[in-house]
Design a protein around this ligand. Structure first.
Ligand code: 3HC
Length: 667
């Protein structure tokens, strides 16, 4: 088959546009290449099939290796092809072909192997990986299960408990874990990988081919398997895919492998067309889209090494922890030495907690502590490239801080406000160079919540916006850009949703009915239960402050006020929208009486609400508010609105966000 003389470097053999091979010393080294992540496209499937068929009959090939070009082995099936009908050869045909090969096929895992990429390596006869490789079957996160043999091969290598955990949660594991669990056979340092691979191939050619589907399931305790399955079902919260993953993985113990593989494939194809999978695909691409802005394409981010954080309370300390994890040097600022010491202690306690739970190594903890200082001297902030203010959300407090910052920090230091409700343009007007002011609206707790609304103020410079987005990425945040308006994207939609839910109470629904409908739909907690948990008094105080400015002709629902007037401030006071005997949430008949009294006062004849009515009405109102945000130019894309509600307000990702869901409700 090879036609080169021993002295020349052979030309690669092209099996398709995405699969090439080189024959060296009787070994066919295959490389799959589909940048940026080697997603397994039709061209990869065709190329692998061609290569395997030709290698099978080539007398000069004794073994085959498979690698990915670049940093990935392969990140899974090409999701962009999911809306097309499946075409031959399918991925399960390819994995079956790999496993059936009569010459040893060795996975030479150069980087991350996810989904169908991981299924390819599971079908190989031996797996050797670089130390930095990662592994996962994240299909459930896309509303799917593995569709190319993963559900049957993984348990035969790792046992059911690990397979259920990996496939049911979609988690990614390290090479060290993969070796420990039996998913791979060997790890090698990158610089000695070629040698280690050569040795592995020699060993494989001398031993009997080990086909994964022919292996016995490792013996395990039945209770442990049941517990692993139950854990996934409990966490599924309205999603179909995790339960299907459990069902299909469990077939490894009860069905002949070919029947189980057929059931796996049929389930995968059915789920691929499900509303859940379509919604999660929408979210996947929405997240990738969120970072792209044509208007910013020509600008480069400035270098940011030092971040100042003015105000190290609950929000500021969370922001500091996120920024320390992003590798930044942090200078906190408080007005007094005592407050600075308390802020330093708060941040340190959060870092210690991460260390104790194993999320932070000792070296990382020490490194981050060394990068942290909190001072009562505002001039310390003069070293900062970016200052994020996280002081009390009051106009006088913030504008005073802005003016003091103006005289302290460099003229080009970016100043970001974390305000939720104030107008950042008015704050920007307080200082020189307002084009360096931007909003960074974090969600609490800021080191945990992934969402960040980046507020593009009237005068914000494009370069400042690009720099803020870059910082957001390093802070591991999902950033969406929004314009200035009361509540930005999230709180504005949330207010419309909350208002509508309260009007529904007047119209005939009860709080627990609305909450049950929301929880059934996929929210972790119903709206009224969330209110009780957060406490009702702050919103009540705000409504009273704003009462004189309210348009008397605008509809107003008084039910929440009546609760507060009756001392029902939520869970802390033992009662709110529910009662909490022994801390347990229960429906309170007094609330029904209170709501009925308001209906009678307003002459409203109550109507019955089904769960479907409740959800449709709430979705409708959120989508209408979303349309307004789009037409006002506050949000650039409907999918950004979906991301905000999913990541900041508990909207279930598997429904795609309010804009997507409202659209699909109509279809
Ligand atoms: N198919 C198609 N495109 C993909 C893809 C995939 N599986 N995975 C990533 N991409 C694309 C992204 O859309 C993005 O495209 P863009 O540049 O046009 O926006 C580009 O690759 C880079 O992706 P990211 O921006 O996400 O890069 P990161 O480095 O941050 O993350 C990743 C890389 C961890 C691989 C992440 O993209 C990811 O999690 N991808 C999805 C992995 C997955 O779910 N695989 C399972 C697919 S289903 C399957 O395999 C079914 C099988 O069982 C039959």
């Amino acid at each position: 088959m090879s036609t080169h003389s021993p002295s020349e470097k052979p030309n690669p053999i092209l099996y398709s546009s995405a699969v090439s091979g080189m024959i060296e010393d009787g070994i066919l080294h295959l490389t799959i290449a589909n940048p940026p992540v080697n997603a397994i496209s039709a061209a990869i499937r065709e190329g692998l099939m061609q290569a395997l068929d030709q290698a099978e009959i080539a007398a000069d090939i004794h073994a085959i290796t498979m690698s990915g070009a670049g940093k990935f082995f392969a990140a899974g099936a090409d999701i962009k092809e999911f809306d097309l009908p499946p075409s031959d050869p399918t991925l399960p045909q390819v994995t079956a072909r790999i496993e059936a090969a009569t010459k040893p096929v060795i996975a030479a895992i150069n980087g991350t192997a996810l989904g169908g990429g991981c299924e390819i390596i599971l079908a190989c006869h031996y797996r050797i990986a670089v130390e930095s490789a990662k592994f996962g079957l994240p299909e459930v996160k896309l509303g799917l299960i593995p569709g190319a043999g993963g559900t049957q091969r993984l348990p035969r290598l790792t046992g059911m408990v690990t397979a259920l955990d990996m496939i049911g949660t979609g988690k990614t594991i390290t090479a060290a874990q993969a070796l420990e669990y039996g998913l791979i056979d060997q790890i090698s340092a990158a610089d000695s990988f070629a040698n280690a691979l050569r040795q592995a191939v020699i060993t494989c050619t001398k031993t009997i081919i080990r086909r994964t589907t022919a292996l016995e399931l490792p013996a395990e305790n039945a209770n442990d398997i049941q517990a692993a399955a139950d854990k996934i079902i409990v966490k599924a919260r309205g999603r179909t895919a995790p339960a299907e993953a459990v069902r299909i993985v469990s077939l490894a113990a009860t069905l002949p492998v070919n029947e189980a593989l057929a059931e796996e494939r049929a389930t995968f194809l059915r789920l691929r067309q499900s509303d859940e999978a379509k919604a999660l695909r929408h979210v996947f691409f929405a997240e990738r889209e969120a970072g792209k802005h044509e208007a910013l394409a020509d600008y480069t981010a400035r270098k940011v090494s030092v971040i100042g954080i003015a105000g190290t309370g609950l929000m500021g300390s969370g922001i500091a922890v996120a920024a320390l994890a992003g590798g930044y040097k942090i200078i906190g600022y408080e007005q007094t030495a005592d407050a600075a010491a308390a802020g330093h202690a708060r941040i340190t306690a959060l870092l210690q907690k991460q260390f104790q739970s194993g999320r932070l190594s000792e070296a990382a903890l020490n490194n981050q502590l060394a990068n942290l200082s909190v001072s009562a001297d505002i001039t310390a902030l003069s070293a900062a490239d970016l200052v994020i203010e996280a002081v009390f959300d009051d106009y006088n407090v913030k504008s005073d801080l802005f003016r003091r910052l103006d005289g302290t920090v460099r003229a080009d230091t970016i100043i970001a406000t974390n305000t939720s409700y104030l107008n950042p343009d008015e704050l920007a007007a307080q200082i020189s160079n307002p084009e360096r002011v931007v909003g960074m609206h974090f969600f609490s707790p800021a080191h945990i919540m992934r969402l960040l609304e980046v507020v593009n103020c009237a005068r914000t410079a494009a370069e400042v916006l690009v720099t803020t987005l870059e910082v957001a990425k390093k802070l591991n945040k999902l950033a969406t850009i929004c314009g200035v308006c009361e509540g930005f994207i999230g709180n504005r939609i949330f207010s419309a949703y909350r208002r509508e839910a309260e009007f529904m109470l007047e119209q005939g629904a009860l709080p627990h009915e609305i909450d049950a409908a929301l929880e059934d739909y996929g929210f972790a907690m119903g709206l009224f239960a969330v209110y009780d948990m957060a406490g009702l008094e702050i919103a009540w105080a705000k409504r009273r402050r704003e009462a004189s400015m309210r348009d008397p002709s605008a509809p107003y629902c008084q039910i929440a006020d009546r609760l507060c007037e009756a001392g029902r401030f939520g869970q802390k006071s033992g009662k709110g929208w529910y009662i909490y005997p022994q801390g347990k949430r229960q429906i309170d008949p007094d609330i029904t009486v209170l709501i009925e009294a308001v209906r009678t006062e307003k002459n409203i004849t109550p109507r019955r609400f089904t769960a479907h009515n409740i959800i449709s009405q709430l979705l409708n109102v959120m989508a209408l508010e979303g349309e307004k945000l789009l037409s006002e130019g506050i949000a650039a894309r409907a999918s950004d609105i979906d991301l905000v509600l999913i990541n900041g307000y508990g909207f279930p990702a598997h429904k795609g966000g309010p804009m997507f869901a409202a659209q699909h409700n109509k279809d």
